[in-house]
Write a new protein. Structure first.
Ligand SMILES: [Fe+2]
Length: 253
């Protein structure tokens, strides 16, 4: 659950306390987002998502295979139907946008049979105002995927080439505009650092993350905040200093 500034435990507690605050996929499961005729498709989608998440957490598949499967699922998601049926105005009205950074909104699955108790993946929606960011960060032992729900964002990604005590050596991989329905994924092995900045008035990103996805990484799952605008090195590499959340939020939030 570490795809968030709070500690894993605190985030879990917060998410449990806020289960009904925003219920994108609860509504989806209840048929408000998809009609009854496509409900089985939605159930299947969530079931498939849980299956691939379990497989990577149990180390039956590699994290890079998981992200390929996650991308296939994101590609399959009927975002137009979802957006048409989702009352985004109501959701946006309920969001207290932070002055810096992005707001993490919990997503519940309590109306999806079985999922509320056995979902392997963490999930949330990031909401932010224009110019604000999901601040740059890398990840340890996590696989995660972002799907743009609404708005346009600049999405910057970097491979983590080296991991040192106080910095990463990173290499830019993706820097482009992301529009609704577009997505990207992250693992220990590719595009480990990401950074999304809202270019529209508001922007919403759906996030899935699974912990303990890399048996070769002894570190506990979590975010690592780094400054990707650091010293430029030979070969297009960048020295990205590790910093605190407070600092990175002040710099880029
Ligand atoms: Fe992330």
């Amino acid at each position: 659950m570490s795809e968030h500034v709070e500690s894993r435990r605190a985030f879990t507690r917060h998410a449990l306390q806020s289960l009904t605050a925003v219920a994108l996929l609860e509504g989806l499961a209840a048929g408000r987002l998809f009609g009854a005729d496509v409900q089985p498709v939605v159930d299947k989608w969530l079931d498939d998502l849980n299956t691939i998440s379990r497989d990577v957490r149990d180390h039956k598949v590699k994290d890079v295979e998981f992200t390929k499967s996650l991308e296939a699922l994101y590609r399959r998601a009927d975002l137009n139907t979802l957006l048409k049926n989702l009352d985004f105005d109501r959701i946006a009205k309920g969001v207290t946008y932070p002055a810096h950074g992005a707001k993490s909104l919990p997503v519940d699955f309590k109306n999806v049979e079985g999922l509320s108790t056995n979902a392997v993946f963490g999930r949330q929606i990031f909401a932010m105002k224009q110019g604000r960011s999901v601040v740059p960060h890398g990840h340890d032992n996590m696989a995660t995927g972002f799907l743009v729900l609404k708005g346009n964002l600049r999405g910057r990604h970097y491979d983590r080439v080296e991991d040192h005590k106080d910095h990463y050596i990173i290499k830019p991989t993706i820097d482009r505009s992301f529009t609704p329905g577009e997505f990207s994924t992250v693992t220990d092995h590719h595009d480990n650092v990401h950074w999304f900045t809202a270019e529209s008035e508001t922007a919403f990103i759906f996030n899935i993350h699974v912990n303990d996805t890399n048996p070769e990484n002894p570190k506990p799952p979590g975010r690592v905040y780094v400054d990707p605008m650091g010293e430029k090195l030979a070969g297009g590499l960048i020295k990205a200093q590790k910093v605190t959340y407070g600092k990175i939020n002040q710099m880029y939030g």
